[in-house]
Design a protein around this ligand. Structure first.
Ligand code: PHE
Length: 447
């Protein structure tokens, strides 16, 4: 576990004022400060997940502090890098709770790492909000664990529906990461929905996160002649798999989930990914005012960089936590927990957030296509329906309550293709080329 480099100064300052923080009692911070912990993969094979989330959390807290903080106190974020390792995520959570006396935790992004953190938060009555861990088990750890995103029974349904109804494909192969709860769960959720719709899974193969040679699995997949290859993994593996799939002679489009979202995806997979699709939490090209305003603020803070969905989700997770802290009867874990549980219609960038009784958010998902040069093309938005609670599906409701007038294509069950909205600006197009952009990792907006 490492404190991220740009945080060294902040870290030094915090160490310098730790005794003051400890004397702050109850609020997790010293006089005038409320300390919130953050755990993320700032380095490692999923580094963009942690860095993107961190930037958005810093932005949210700077904005809050500029507006006066909470009850006259400023928020201080202490972020720890878990290097993408589950055990490190658990250690980081423990350290933030025991040594830094944080009042709440933000993170992790990856479901497996959230599952390692959550028992520490629960046992210590420290509310934890995961921005974008989508595996249902995460919030099942206990009543102190929340998330700002939808869950995978819905996400799996969304891509099954898109593949079946919009792409009109009915033979899928699956290649999942067996060491990743998210990947295993999403593969299963996709399969259940796809088969229910009349689709068939013709090959089901596995790999382990960090593998670099997928030839054996891809040969089996090619021999099964799928029309689509569903790979619910993280971007580094997905990029490599895309290249090797094409080398193995598989021409079918690939499909996947939010774990694809990274500026690195296309850098790694290149043209092999073009014409593939993935489900996600938001589209940077969504013309709704909440999104365009957030995108503008994020770009301003980070040298023109566009926020990916990790950033949008983390911004909402932080905002949702701050909102609960303002409403809490007092600044203690149990009171913040109660306020979080009562979150209703919080106006997030990614949609209105209401906590259900399982501490999950019910929000629409978008489908993006990887276009030429790696640009993400917005295919449409699908609203949650009862699959979001894991129940058998009904028909999806129309999208509402999110953000704005959305040309809102693709509210299934229309069997017609979703209109392609595409990127609307040259900047948006440039941002999705997979080129590294913006400020160096770990830089934060000026306070
Ligand atoms: N949903 C993924 C998981 O639970 C994490 C993720 C979210 C990755 C958003 C990318 C974008 O593991």
């Amino acid at each position: 576990m490492r404190q991220i480099p740009a945080r060294l100064l902040l870290c030094a300052l915090l160490i310098g004022c730790k005794s003051k923080e400890q004397s702050g009692g109850g609020t997790g911070g010293g006089q005038g400060t409320i300390v919130v912990g953050e755990v993320g993969s700032m380095t490692g094979t999923e580094a963009t997940f942690g860095v993107s989330s961190d930037r958005a959390i810093q932005l949210a807290s700077s904005e809050l502090n500029a507006a006066g903080g909470i009850r006259g106190k400023q928020i201080q974020i202490i972020a720890l890098d878990d290097e993408g390792k589950p055990e490190e995520a658990a250690t980081a959570a423990t350290r933030l709770i025991a040594s830094e006396h944080v009042i709440a935790l933000l993170g992790e992004v990856a479901s497996t790492r959230s599952l390692f953190m959550a028992p520490k938060a629960q046992a210590n009555k420290v509310p934890m909000v995961s921005p974008s861990s989508t595996n249902p088990k995460v919030t099942q750890v206990g009543d102190y664990i929340f998330r700002a995103c939808f869950i995978d029974p819905f996400q799996g349904y969304v891509m099954a529906k898109f593949v079946h109804d919009n792409l009109k494909l009915s033979k899928a192969a699956i290649l999942k990461d067996v060491r990743n709860d998210y990947s295993v769960g999403l593969a299963q959720n996709f399969t259940e929905s796809f088969v229910r719709m009349g689709g068939k899974v013709v090959a089901n193969e596995s790999y382990s996160n960090g593998d670099v040679d997928f030839k054996a699995q891809l040969t089996n997949i090619r021999n099964a002649h799928p029309e689509v290859l569903y790979v619910p993994g993280y971007y580094t593996d997905v990029g490599l798999i895309a290249r090797q799939a094409r080398e193995a002679g598989i021409t079918a489009p690939m499909a996947g989930g939010d774990g694809w979202d990274s500026e690195k995806l296309y850098e790694i997979g290149g043209a092999a990914l073009e014409g593939s699709y993935f489900s996600n939490h938001y589209s940077v090209d969504d013309p709704s005012p909440r999104i365009t305003e957030f995108v503008a603020r994020f770009k301003k803070a980070y040298g023109g960089q566009l926020p990916d969905s990790l950033a949008a989700q983390a911004y909402d997770a932080a905002g949702m936590l701050f909102d609960a802290m303002k409403r809490a009867t007092e600044l203690t874990g149990p009171a913040i927990r109660d306020a979080l549980a009562q979150t209703k219609g919080y106006k997030g960038v990614t949609g209105d957030i209401t906590m259900d009784q399982n501490r999950n958010a019910s929000k629409p998902a978008v489908v993006l296509k990887v276009g030429k040069g790696g640009k993400y093309e917005f295919q449409g938005r699908i609203a949650p329906e009862d699959t979001a609670t894991g129940a058998p599906e009904g028909s999806p409701k129309k999208t509402e309550g999110n953000t704005a007038p959305n040309p809102a294509p693709g509210n299934v069950p229309t069997p017609t293709p979703m209109p392609e909205l595409g990127a609307t600006s040259p900047a948006a197009a440039a941002a999705n080329t997979g080129q590294p952009q913006g400020v160096p990792s770990g830089e934060h907006p000026k306070k």
